[in-house]
Design a protein around this ligand. Structure first.
Ligand SMILES: [Zn+2]
Length: 337
């Protein structure tokens, strides 16, 4: 039998759609590894893994893609190597960076699905906000001691922030790394990571195949043997619902050598281009930052600007205004990053 023959027997399964899909997985710790592993085995064509952290010894009890020799190595490329060995049909790209610097808004927009396997509230809020900006669907997973939640957020529906209190929503984007989680580390184990990671993967596969899925938020309680839908209404006061209007986005060529000076060529004198990532040396902030304050010949990648990012351009004077530059792969010249 062929690699995917058993899949062909499943009602609703569409191997071709899976082969053509791109899934962005943010966070490749225990949950992200479990989910990404199942997606690769299912035959998803392209996975983008983003994680700023290194493998630690505590990952070894929960993340099936890491070995003792991997301690101290960056998680994303280490997981990518493991996935490539499991699934020759899956192209895996690794980004060792905080998500704001690792995956651009245009990549989130164009992905078939974005999966959040982050364990920092700040990072999850940031990803939820970026998916809303890009108009991308977000599948978020979280574990507790004996269960967890799987949450699907469509662009026009409730988002991750809608279910939080205003105090939790105000959590700052510091720290950037999961290792510095603002909440005390909770108990975690491989069986629970596998349970929630697999639930994420099943939901993702059904979405990618064009099949229906259950309600947006499911709470899984392995101790009680239950899976319960949780209703989260869209909160009109939630601050994460901004969307970048497509008609205000203009593409500009981008290569590994691109600098703020290259972007200036695309600006009117009264315009300033901003970045979502904090510039090196500046305190982390959720506000965008002026790229004009960075060294003009520094490379955008070194300034924490993600590949295929969409950057805001502010126009001073009257009328004040905003538009956006989309960093697009340059045709011909330079090396696309
Ligand atoms: Zn919201």
């Amino acid at each position: 039998m062929g690699r995917f023959d058993r899949h062909a027997l499943i009602d609703g399964w569409d191997q071709q759609r899976l082969a053509e899909a791109t899934v962005v997985v943010c966070g490749v710790g225990a949950l992200g590894s479990q989910c990404a592993q199942a997606l690769a085995l299912a035959g998803v064509g392209r996975l983008v893994l983003c994680d700023p952290d290194d493998v630690s010894e505590s990952n070894l009890s929960r993340a099936p893609l890491f070995r003792a020799d991997d301690i101290g190595r960056p998680k994303a490329p280490t997981a990518a190597r493991g996935l490539a060995a499991l699934s020759p049909v899956t192209r895996v790209e690794a980004r060792t960076a905080p998500l704001v610097s690792g995956v651009g808004l245009a990549e989130l927009r164009d992905a078939s699905l974005v999966v959040s396997c982050l364990d920092s509230l700040a990072a999850r809020l940031q990803l939820a906000g970026r998916c809303q900006l890009a108009g991308a669907a977000l599948l978020d997973g979280g574990t507790s001691a004996w269960g967890g939640e799987v949450r699907l957020y469509e662009p026009a529906g409730p988002c991750f922030g809608c279910g939080l209190t205003p105090r939790d929503r105000a959590t700052q984007d510091d720290p950037w790394a999961c290792a510095d989680a603002v909440v005390p580390e909770a108990g975690a184990s491989a069986p629970v990571s596998a349970l929630i990671g697999s639930w994420l993967a099943v939901t993702a596969v059904r979405l990618l195949c064009g099949a229906t899925t259950g309600p947006g938020v499911i709470r899984v309680d392995a101790a009680g043997g239950t899976a319960t839908p949780v209703t989260v209404p869209r909160d009109p006061d939630c601050p994460l619902h901004s969307r970048i209007p497509a008609d205000l986005v203009a593409p500009v060529p981008d290569t590994v050598l691109s600098t703020p000076a290259d972007l200036t060529d695309h600006l009117a004198p009264e315009e300033t281009v901003m970045t979502w990532a904090p510039l090196p040396g500046s305190p982390p902030t959720r506000e965008s930052t002026r790229l004009a304050d960075a060294p003009p010949r520094a490379r955008l990648a070194d300034l924490g600007v993600a590949p295929r990012e969409i950057l805001p351009v502010l126009r001073a004077g009257r009328p004040r205004g905003i538009r956006y530059l989309e960093l697009a792969e340059a045709d011909g010249k330079g090396t696309p990053r």
